[in-house]
Design a protein around this ligand. Sequence first.
Ligand code: NAD
Length: 424
Amino acid sequence: MSTSTVKADAGHQSMFEAVLARLDVAAKIMNLSEEVAQVLRSPSKEVKVSLPITMDDGKIRVFEGYRTIHSTHLGPSKGGIRYAMDVNSDEVMALAAWMSFKCAVANLPYGGAKGGIKCDPRSMSVGELERLTRSYAKSMKDVFGVNKDIPAPDMGTSGREMAWIVDEFNKIIGEDSPGVITGKPVSIGGSLGRDAATGRGVMVNTLAALKKMGLNKNEVTAIVQGFGNVGSHAARLLSEQGIKIVGIGDHTASFYNEKGIDISAAIDFAAKNNRVLKGFKGATEIQADQLLISKCDVLVPAALQNVINEENAPKIQAKLIVEGANGPTTPEADPIINEKKIVCVPDILANSGGVTVSYFEWVQNKAGYYWTEDEVNTKHDIKMDIAFESVWNNSIQFKTSMRIAAYITALQKLEQGVKLKGAF
Ligand code: NAD
């Protein structure tokens, strides 16, 4: 696959600018109408709320909550809720735009949104988190809706927070509306297979890319950064496919073992160790900054944004990068990766397994009829293969990277939505 000579401009100040840089490159290559590009360059709605909460010590603390709807051109907006200290309006706007592109690439009838609360969930008690989450749900009562805006988990949130939100929302509207949020626990309307879905999508995309590259899955090694929802399931599913996982890491520690790491043992260890890897004995502990540049064939960043940048990109040894996280590669690192002929399956394709099964959850909630895990996984794998193929084909047709090809794939659909709904 050849790479385009059109490069994103260097020196972006914000995450949203990084999104726009890629959008502009793709728009130019595909000759997207300027009017449509203009519509997609701005989010359609931004909501910021102040959330005063009584902490366990009796004191009141005020948190900032966000929800940004980027687009509803292809359907109701969809996107997760993130709890982290670096949540801010720029980040939420970027993540919301990525959701529009991700849903379009995955052929889902959704627009894009994202939400978040600036907080450190690890330092808060369950009671404090519940009060904060319920307060956020109340503040967003006019934003969320089963056919309007449908949240889901993201970094720092899980089924537990989703259960609190659906409960709060149901009380407000006075009826049971499970489809207003996805990523719920299975017992209250969640979908089987949702927990592992993003990791499963990473696995399916990895296998599809390896096949195109002529590499045998039983002869390749992989490193996975992040051992939360995405990273741990991705590592497990890749190792179940015969790929040797030689490196893993989280915010507490990073590990490397050229003979391969027993991922089940690492998962068991983390489960008994407050969900972190520090102290794991199945591999040699290495410096955090060494993990992404250590020897491997497949690199899966599944933790944070901007971890692959101008400094470390030249040192990456992998032949294939599969972006489990959102925005793990800076626009400045893109040309370096392209010049090194590393194939990069971009976030908006690679981690779309989560929103795909979220869509299945919403469909099941609307129908009131629930599928088996096998049905969910089979439907997921089919959708993911179709999405991969369309991006791969666009990368060949437009002679560009998989990242820009994914944007083109999304923009082709969004252009239809914007033009058909039109009425400007
Ligand atoms: P999570 O909170 O379950 O796990 C995050 C992991 O990243 C943890 O293991 C944490 O220790 C690790 N981490 C944090 N800081 C780190 C650091 N400095 N160095 C190394 N590791 C670090 O979150 P998640 O749901 O797994 O999300 C991870 C990424 O995947 C995020 O970018 C998120 O937006 C994206 N994503 C998640 C989903 C989903 O369904 N959960 C779907 C699509 C994309």
